[in-house]
Design a protein around this ligand. Structure first.
Ligand SMILES: C[S@@+](CC[C@H](N)C(=O)[O-])C[C@H]1O[C@@H](n2cnc3c(N)ncnc32)[C@H](O)[C@@H]1O
Length: 441
């Protein structure tokens, strides 16, 4: 690394994109900042976490499992594994939804992350209070690239076979990916990057300087991608990628997410007879159509091409349900000979015919803008619609508090704010303190 111009350092000379230090820096950022990675400090970004950790989202997934119950032996434990659980909020909400749907006592939810700090924080902050560790849930340290190395927090090996549902809420994008395009005469080219920036990564405080990634200058070039000399994993999945590449406009590069395909392959081998794999990730169309990656503060997200993962799952013989909106694409892969109608009906009802997660987001956006008592009746109508989707999360408690505050009933408002504060594990509502203080004045 050297000083290439005043206040500008060469952080990394030309390197294959999938081996660049962006990947290590991003992993370091997650492991050191843990749950606080999701504090929405840059107001311009809607973090996918807001959507994936919403109660309504977990409730919809819990209903998919309920829809599949008739195919699972009645005496079998229902094993759910979530990768990269992050804050643990999705898992908490799934457990609450399982209780609502009356199968909590059959459930064994494996909450996992590659970073211990996330797991430690879940424990410290009491995210699973009211549920029993070792019965309803288990905290697991797990790198999704190495399913056989899964360990409980006390270091015991845990076997991950026989999974009825595996959930990946925008985690596959954290894995290495290489953009590859067709060059002249049937050969291929890969992307390399050269990175310069205002500070050397060794000196930068990634946890507090949230603008570090966006301050980098990243140059790109294309060089020969010689399939004979690439890794075994790339070789293994190149054929399926090549087919995908052929479906793109000539000259367009594809996102070769070979590590995500490897992870999916392993997940598939761990599923129970009618097991399901739910994948939610960042959309790679619209504003992202010509991008390979994006930054969420100092986290790197390698965009995944939905069609590539769908083609891959089809090649494994899995059935597919899919839906996308501006925040996420969602795919439910499930093992089955034929389309399983109850699952299809459940998926379509909650995500396609009416997108309940989007509806939740729209209602909260509307409620945030109502602060006039003359609109109290409008507030109440919207609040009732919100509570029909979610009457359990911190968000729903805060809006209930706001409603009573607007209605002039400070005492009830205070009760809701205090309840909300006790379950605001990730400080998603930093203004709760001032709301409570305002009432005491
Ligand atoms: C973008 S966050 C998503 C967190 C959470 N699922 C959510 O929806 O809010 C990615 C998470 O994946 C974890 N992660 C990154 N690489 C991983 C890997 N190889 N195996 C397992 N987890 C990983 C990170 O520590 C982080 O918690």
């Amino acid at each position: 690394m050297s000083n290439v111009a005043e206040n500008s350092y060469l952080i990394e000379d030309w390197t294959d994109y999938d081996k660049s230090s962006l990947y290590n820096l991003s992993t370091k950022y997650y492991s050191e900042r843990a749950c606080d990675s999701f504090l929405n400090q840059a107001d311009t970004i809607v973090l996918p976490n807001v959507v994936t950790s919403a109660y309504v989202h977990a409730h919809i997934l819990a209903k998919f499992l309920a829809a599949n119950l008739s195919r699972i032996p009645a005496n079998k434990k229902l094993r759910v594994l979530e990768f990269g659980s992050g804050s643990g909020l999705f898992a908490r909400h799934f457990l609450l939804a399982a209780a609502e749907l009356n199968y909590l006592d059959r459930l064994e939810f494996l909450v996992s992350d590659i970073s211990d700090l996330f797991l430690i924080q879940m424990k410290e902050r009491g995210v699973f209070e009211g549920f029993t560790e070792g019965k309803h849930y288990q905290l697991v340290n797990l790198n999704l690239l190495d399913l056989d190395s899964a360990k409980t927090v006390t270091g015991e090996h845990i076997d991950l076979n026989d999974l009825d549902l595996v959930v990946s809420n925008y985690v596959l994008n954290a894995l290495p990916m290489i953009p590859v395009r067709l060059a002249a005469e049937g050969s291929f080219e890969k992307l390399q990057v050269k990175i310069t920036g205002p500070e050397l990564p060794k000196e930068v405080d990634l946890v507090n300087n949230l603008n570090f990634f966006s301050s980098l200058k990243i140059e790109e070039r294309w060089v020969d991608y010689d399939i004979e000399s690439v890794s075994d994993i790339e070789k293994k999945y190149f054929e399926i990628f090549k087919k995908h590449l052929n479906t793109l406009a000539p000259g367009t590069a594809g996102r070769f997410s070979y590590k995500a395909l490897e992870a999916m392959d392993k997940i598939h081998s761990k599923l129970s007879e009618f097991g399901m794999f739910y994948l939610a990730d960042i959309p790679s169309w619209g504003p992202n159509a010509f991008k390979f990656y994006s930054f969420y503060t100092n986290a790197l997200a390698n965009l995944i091409s939905e069609n590539l993962v769908i083609d891959f799952a089809s090649s494994l013989g899995m059935k597919i349900l899919k839906q996308k909106d501006q925040n996420l694409f969602r795919i439910l892969f499930y093992k089955s000979e034929n389309t399983f109608e109850p699952l299809k009906t459940s998926f379509n009802k909650d995500l396609v015919f009416s997108n309940k997660v989007n509806l939740f987001k729209k209602i909260t956006d509307l409620l945030k803008n109502i602060d006039d008592v003359a609109l109290l009746d409008v507030y109440k109508t919207l609040l009732d619609k919100l509570l029909a989707l979610d009457n359990k999360s911190v968000t729903s408690l805060v809006f209930q508090g706001d409603y009573y505050y607007l209605a002039g009933d400070s005492k009830t408002a205070l009760d809701f704010y205090k309840k909300a504060q006790s379950i605001d594990f990730c400080n998603h509502h930093p203004d709760l303190d001032s709301k409570i203080k305002m009432i005491f004045i």
